[in-house]
Design a protein around this ligand. Structure first.
Ligand SMILES: Cc1ncc(COP(=O)(O)O)c(C=O)c1O
Length: 390
């Protein structure tokens, strides 16, 4: 067959950083602080719930838009957090991970002829703040939706209430939808607070809030996520979902439902898993940050999430010049192949307009066992010693 067989729609999408760097990591013996998943186990109460689900024969199809026990508890849980009565059957959609929720949103609401993505920039100085004038200038008559992510991957920024209010005001003024990716919502450190944009006045009716059981219960392989929002938006996401995935594994949904039922009872208390996970990860964040600083990799201490980014500009590594790949990509490949440490290049997260500003940063995931962090420290220490003796 000599003619082109692929659709135009997939052109330019064949390269994927996660596929490329996961493969590179798999091909080399590495300590993996790259991809964002915990290498520790989910809590026993959700693992046991999953086993019980399988053993009690929850092995067949369930309701397409979400297993009833899960949508009910998500509506109750997020209803409380958002200060909103949420209908479990029309305002919650359970998806195959948060990714599917994002996919359904874009497929359901954005047309080919709509304006193409316009990227707002978080400044590298002054703690990654948005420039209000710059952001306002990006809104036009053709703006349909804004995508936000807080706590942010990869920067670790947690948007402040005033910043979210500024975004909300623009959304209301220009009648724009908002999709808010909040998969790291429980992982907010120090005195920072996670504010849900859907809870701000005028925002519930225009916002889809996206979450992930993978991040919430340290079970990324279960691929359970959700989209929560008003019925008139969620119904369009349901249309995409019912014609593609239909639903995700029944047993995993049951386990996540039981997990949320338990957490609902102890929300904010010391025995809550969300509380203990946050405390543990804050210690790991501080440990990694102190360590990176001691070997000359300048850490930017995150306010939330799984990741810490470090400035590599002070580290001199003799990499061959290349115009094909940004410096951080080449640096990360070098680190994997030569030092056995896997991280992620930060410029991969940015549009071509903005990636240049991030070529000197790499991302470390600190949601890892202490033993894994120790191995990473050992690699960095040996590398540092070798550099000092050069
Ligand atoms: C910001 C953000 N959104 C969504 C996802 C995907 O979540 P899930 O595994 O539930 O699809 C990730 C995964 O790393 C993420 O970092």
């Amino acid at each position: 067959m000599s003619q082109q067989i692929h659709s135009r729609r997939i052109e330019g999408l064949d390269k994927n950083i996660w596929i490329e760097f996961t493969q590179l990591t798999a091909d080399h013996p590495v300590v993996n602080l790259g991809q964002g998943f915990p290498d520790f186990s989910p809590p026993n109460f959700v693992k046991e719930a999953f086993k019980r689900a399988i053993n009690s024969d929850l092995n067949q199809y369930t309701r397409a838009f979400g297993h009833p026990p899960l949508v009910k508890i998500l509506a109750k849980f997020f209803g409380k957090l958002l200060g909103q009565d949420i209908d479990p059957f029309t305002e919650v959609l359970v998806t195959v991970g948060a990714y599917e929720a994002l996919f359904c949103f874009f497929q359901a609401l954005i047309d080919d002829e709509d304006e193409k993505p316009v990227c707002g920039k978080l400044m590298t100085s002054a703690d990654w703040v948005l420039d209000p004038a710059e952001l306002a200038s990006k809104f036009s008559k053709r703006t349909k939706a804004i995508v936000i992510n807080t706590p942010n991957n990869p920067l670790g920024k947690v948007f402040k209430r005033e910043e979210l209010q500024m975004i909300a005001d623009l959304c209301v003024k220009h009648n724009v939808l908002c999709i808010s990716d909040e998969v790291y919502e429980w992982l907010v450190y120090d005195a920072n607070e996670h504010v849900r944009i859907a809870s701000l006045p005028g925002m519930w009716e225009r916002t889809i809030t996206v979450g992930s059981a993978g991040k919430t219960f340290s079970a990324t392989g279960w691929k359970v996520g959700w989209a929560i929002g008003p019925k008139n938006i969620v119904r369009h996401l349901q249309t995409v979902h019912q014609n593609s995935n239909f639903h995700c594994a029944t047993g995993a949904q049951q386990a996540v439902a039981e997990g949320f039922v338990k957490e609902f009872e102890c929300l904010g208390a010391p025995e809550s898993y969300f509380t203990s996970l946050r405390q543990e990860l804050q210690l790991k964040r501080d440990r990694l940050a102190a360590y990176l600083a001691s070997v000359g990799l300048k850490p930017i201490v995150p306010e939330g999430g799984y990741f810490l980014i470090a400035d590599i500009s002070a580290v001199k590594v003799d990499l061959p010049d290349s115009t094909e790949q940004p410096y951080d990509y080449r640096f990360v490949k070098w680190l994997i192949i030569n030092k056995g440490l896997s991280t992620i290049p930060v410029s991969a997260f940015y549009s071509s307009d903005h990636e240049k500003g991030f070529e000197n940063f790499i991302r470390f995931c600190f949601a890892k066992e202490d033993a894994t962090l120790s191995k990473a420290e050992q690699i960095l220490q040996e590398w540092n010693r070798a550099m000092l003796t050069q």
